[in-house]
Structure formats: C-alpha cells, structure tokens
Design a protein around this ligand. Structure first.
Ligand code: GLN
Length: 502
C-alpha cells in the first residue's frame, strides 16, 4: 500500500515511545501470499470508503497469515499464523491492509497490557502510564494516529477499557455478531472480536464490514431483520437512555453483607473524582442533546466479577490445554518423557497471570464442586442477562417493533472503569483492584450484549470514557448516540498527534 510522506518516521517516533507493536510490517510479512481470508465483505459504499486504502493493526491473538501470533506469550514467541481470521480477511477484501500486530496482556488476561511477556506498551497521553488492556497495543496505536482503526478482542472489557484509557472509540459487539474464526480462544462463551477506532463513523464502517454469519464459526448470525439498522436510522429519533449511576452501583454494594472480600471488591470499583466528573458531564450533555435519561438499577451486578472470573478461568483452563509444545509452542531443550516435556514447556512458557487463571479454572471445575462455583456462576450470568433484557428488550425482534417493543430504554449509560490510565510502580493499581474494576465491563460479556466505549473528556491530561450498553444487535443505536455526542463534543487527541488518515 502507498503510505503518505513522513508517515513512517512519524510511526517510528511514536513507536519508540509507546511500543504498541509486537510486529510492525507496513509492507506485509515476508511470507504473506496475499491470502484474502475466509469471508467476502458485504459492505456499503459508505463503509468501504472509510476503510479502503487504509492501514490497520490487529491484536496479536488474531490470526493474519504470515504474521506473528504470539498472544503476548513466551510460549508462542516464534509462532507465525498459517491462515487469516475471518474478520481480518473481510477488511482485506474491502481494501484495507494489515500494518502490524499489536501487544496485549498474555492471552488477553489483564487490564494493563503489562501482563505481556514480550514487551511493555505505554499510554500515548502519558508514557509513564499503561494503555489499558488487554487490547492495549491496538488502542495505543489508534490513539497515536499510527492507524485509523484496529481489531481487538473483548472477553471482559479488553476493548472498552483500553479505548477509554487512550481516548478512542471501542466497540464490543453482540456475542455472535462477528466471527471468532482465527481468534486464539481465551473464554469462548464470553469473547468477541471488535473494533477500536479514531471516530465513531469509522468504528461503524469497520463493524459493518466484519459482522455477519460465518460458516467457520457456528455461533455467528446475521442481524435479525428487525434489529435497529446500522445505517440510516430515522433522523431525529431519540431513544430513552437508562443511567446506571455510580450511586446505583453503590446501593447494590451496600446490600452486600455476606462477604468481606466482596465488599473490598466493591470498594475497589468506586469511581475516582475525575472519572465521576466526566461521567456526570456526559450525562448532562446527553440530556442537552435531547435524550431522555432515566435512572436504572441492576442489583445482580455486584456478583458480576466473581461470576466472570469463575466462567472465564474455567473456559481458559480448557482452551489453553492445547499449548503443550507438541503442536504449538517453544520446546524445552530437554525432557525425560512426554509428560515432562509438556510440564517443562508450560512452566517456562506461561506467565504468572496465565498460570493463576489456569489453576483457578481447574479449581472451580474440579469434580464434585461444579455446583458450588461453576453452575452458581452460570445462574448469576442468567440473572444478569435477564436484568438487562428487562431494561433493553430481548433479542426476538419478532413483532417488527424493534427494541421499542418491550424495552424501557434503547441504551444504558455506565462508567467503563473506575480510574483513568494508571501508572506503574507505587501508583499502579493492585492485581485485585484491577479485577474488581471489571465490574463495569464484564456484565456486557456475561449478557452477550453490545457495548461501546467513547471518550467524553480529558481530566488532568488523561482521557476519560463512558460506555453505552445496548440490546442484542442494537449496535446501530449505540453508534448513533455516540456519533451525535462526538459531532457536538469532538474527541481529543494526545499531544503530538497528526491526522494521516482522515
Ligand atoms: N480485565 C479482563 C481480564 O483480565 C479483561 C479480559 C479481556 O477482555 N480479554 O480478564
């Protein structure tokens, strides 16, 4: 692809400061045979124009033929992908080019990208801080203007939290809206491939290209015919926005009596003042744009994090069993026998967070105890899904009335993360607090619903985002609201940003 003058030196300068990429190859990987991927893209001319001829970055747990596929792990440090993920292939068919693979928390496990075993990535707004995670490399690359959009994955917030930390747009689609073919699985029932982009309209365009049924992933489906349209919604139509306020979350927390540990987790989810201010401002601005805002409550939310970590680690312990260094992965130099080979490879290859989660996953699944942990978590998950469906409507869309049929609101506004991008060393957020803070993001994954994070202000030199959560296949509604917000309150860029890709 043709790159604009000065672009490569711009990339190099940024990359030296932020380290967003595990592999940066603007001319394509050496072994690339021009594989167009598995999907043909049914794109509108509007969406094709927003991606054709543009470079994009791909999180390094999504396959692109010939490129690295390290998942941020030592175990896969030398692995190159033999094929291309459907979502990537669709974008290539639409005329966009992969420019590189971005850093992530190992196998997508984390909220800072510091859990990558391969390198550190810094936040473009303040390089002493983390970019968020796990799709931190993708969010940092977009925020720095290296690429106009990137692909990430979101299992419990990994697109939305780094998007908020870096001041860009992040969309976690409805479960099954985008193919997972070519994603390295972490927790299959929760994760989605999604978009990180510089503007809402670009996010919409990329999503319109990558979504849709894929025979390679049986959990995918096309949007139901009566779902809110992605393009061309009725001009001026404004849905009711439910507000899941920090007070509502604190109220849910106050009713928690049974566990001190759960109380500590809820405390860790209290918003810092700057985030609180930005959230309140976004609420007022949306009201000023003519949206009707109503307060809503989801009491079951307080159990979201324990349920998320039970289900996610259970699935991870099964999914990561394939990394035995026989079929994939770095092999130890010496082993007594086959079992010893696998033990040594996994011990040397996996980092501490991955080991912790595999252990936790096998613990919650151990024989005789499923009832106590895993099945209980599934019941909580069903309850959270039901609570959101009672607010946003089910996914039937059968009577032709769209989300209005039984929904109290068209979207729910809530925070993304209780803090802005945090620092390292003494100012870092503890591993426990990082997990507790997933409260705001993991509920969309548990419920399988779409959620969009977009920047609303800069507080003390760092961006703050908020999140809109919608009914199944109602991405169009969320994007409409955010786009209206953006046209009135344009999104900020970090100092040094240059717009190469407008
Ligand atoms: N913070 C979440 C976790 O650590 C996010 C994971 C994800 O979405 N991949 O599990």
């Amino acid at each position: 692809m043709r790159l604009p003058d000065g672009f490569l030196s711009y990339c190099n300068e940024w990359e030296e400061r932020i380290g967003a990429f595990i592999e940066f190859a603007p001319d394509g990987p050496k072994t690339d045979e021009g594989d167009g991927g598995a999907g043909s893209a049914a794109s509108t001319s509007e969406s094709a124009a927003a991606v054709a001829g543009f470079p994009f970055a791909v999180k390094d747990n999504i396959a692109v033929k010939g490129f690295s596929l390290t998942c941020g792990s030592k175990l896969l440090a030398n692995f190159r992908s033999p094929y291309t993920a459907t979502a990537v292939g669709k974008l290539q068919t639409a005329g966009a080019s992969v420019i590189g693979k971005t850093n992530l928390d190992e196998f997508g496990m984390g909220s800072s990208t510091d859990n990558s075993a391969l390198k550190k990535t810094n936040n473009p707004w303040d390089t002493s801080r983390v970019p968020g995670g796990s799709s931190g490399g993708s969010a940092a690359a977009v925020a720095a203007g290296i690429v106009p959009f990137a692909l990430g994955t979101d299992t419990g917030g990994s697109i939305r939290e780094p998007a908020a930390f870096c001041g860009v747009v992040g969309l976690k689609p409805t479960y099954g809206a985008v193919s997972r073919f070519g994603l390295v699985a972490y927790a299959s029932s929760l994760e989605c491939a999604g978009v990180i982009a510089d503007t809402v309209s670009r996010c919409r365009a990329v999503f319109s290209i990558i979504r849709g049924r894929d025979p390679m992933d049986e959990t995918t489906q096309d949007p139901p015919p009566n779902a809110p349209p992605l393009y061309g919604s009725k001009p001026g139509s404004k849905c009711v926005i439910g507000v899941l306020s920090p007070e509502a979350i604190a109220r849910a927390a106050a009713s928690t009596v049974e566990s001190e540990r759960l109380d500590a987790a809820v405390q860790a989810a209290v918003l810092e003042d700057e985030v609180r201010r930005a959230f309140d401002a976004s609420r007022e601005r949306l009201a000023g744009l003519g949206y009707k805002l109503v307060d809503v409550e989801v009491p079951a939310l307080k159990y979201g994090v324990p349920a998320y970590y039970t289900i996610a680690t259970a699935e991870a312990s099964a999914n990561l069993a394939r990394f035995d260094s026989v079929r994939y992965g770095v092999r130890p130099g010496f082993a007594e026998n086959a079992d010893d080979l696998v033990d040594r490879a996994r011990d040397a290859g996996f980092g501490p967070e991955v080991k912790l989660r595999i252990l936790l996953g096998t613990f919650v699944l151990r024989s005789g105890f499923q009832d106590r942990y895993y099945l209980r978590a599934q019941r909580i998950r069903a309850g959270i899904k039901k609570s959101f469906e009672s607010l946003l409507g089910g996914d039937g869309y059968g009577d032709g009335a769209g989300t209005e049929c039984n929904a109290k609101c068209g979207a729910v506004l809530l925070p993304v993360f209780p803090t802005r991008a945090f620092g390292r060393g003494p100012s870092a957020l503890s591993a426990f607090a990082q997990k507790a803070a997933d409260l705001y993001t993991c509920c969309a994954n548990l419920a399988g619903l779409p959620a969009l994070s977009f920047p609303v202000s800069v507080e003390g030199g760092l961006p703050v985002g908020v999140q809109l959560l919608g009914g199944a296949f109602a991405e169009g509604t969320l994007l409409d609201i955010a786009e209206e917000y953006e046209s009135r309150y344009p999104f900020p860029h970090p100092p040094g940003y240059r717009a190469f890709w407008s």
